[in-house]
Write a protein of this length. Structure first.
Length: 202
């Protein structure tokens, strides 16, 4: 999993409450178990017309935000079904961090498992960041996981994050990576089993 330390990037404002996982990646795109290729369908119904043409008013279709790596949204982001395809689609598009006043629990956990940082800030601070990114779309903001700060011009907001999940993001450790940290112990255990219970390996 890709490490997340300090990210300085363009942030796109999406001032919507209850952005659910079906908005993020509609159900017709859930036929894959691959984590790649979903970015082109991110926010599909909001980004595209029925004929496939782009909706120019949607934030990620605007030239200033096409390469955004940070998304700023409103309360209860990621609600709805538990589909892991939602963070997959965001990540594949290039979004590495989402800032909101609150997240749905399962989506929140899935972000960490996929190398994304979901940041909870008070609503008034989120609104200040949205306003700044709207007023100055070409000016990047910084998400500093090491210092646990979001910085945008003269705005500096501290955020809290679970210590274990922060450790995993900083070191690029998903569930498999965490397991492989104990590889020597696992190899030793298997070697012992081969001696005492060889029939398990035939």
């Amino acid at each position: 999993m890709q490490k997340f330390n300090v990210l300085t990037a363009i942030a796109a404002p999406l001032p919507m409450v209850n952005v659910d996982t079906d908005m993020i990646i509609p159900k017709q795109f859930l036929r894959t178990i691959k984590r790649t290729g979903l970015g082109k369908s991110l926010f599909f119904e909001m980004r595209f017309n029925a004929d496939g043409s782009e909706k120019p008013d949607f934030v990620l279709n605007k030239p200033a935000y096409r390469n955004a790596q940070i998304l700023i949204s409103d309360e209860n982001f990621g609600c709805g079904s538990s589909r892991e395809h939602a963070p997959w689609a965001l990540n594949d598009f290039g979004i590495r961090a989402v800032i909101a006043p609150s997240f749905a629990d399962i989506f929140h956990g899935n972000c960490f498992k996929n190398g994304m940082t979901p940041i909870v800030l008070p609503k008034d601070q989120v609104q200040q960041l949205m306003q700044r990114t709207s007023d100055y779309p070409d000016q990047p903001i910084t998400v500093d996981l090491e210092k646990q700060e979001v910085r945008a011009g003269n705005l500096v907001f501290a955020f809290e994050i679970d210590a274990f999940r922060r450790h995993c993001l900083l070191n690029g450790l998903d569930d498999i990576g965490l397991t492989l940290q104990h590889k020597d112990d696992i190899d030793g255990y298997e070697a012992q089993l081969k001696q005492t219970q060889p029939w398990q390996f035939t």
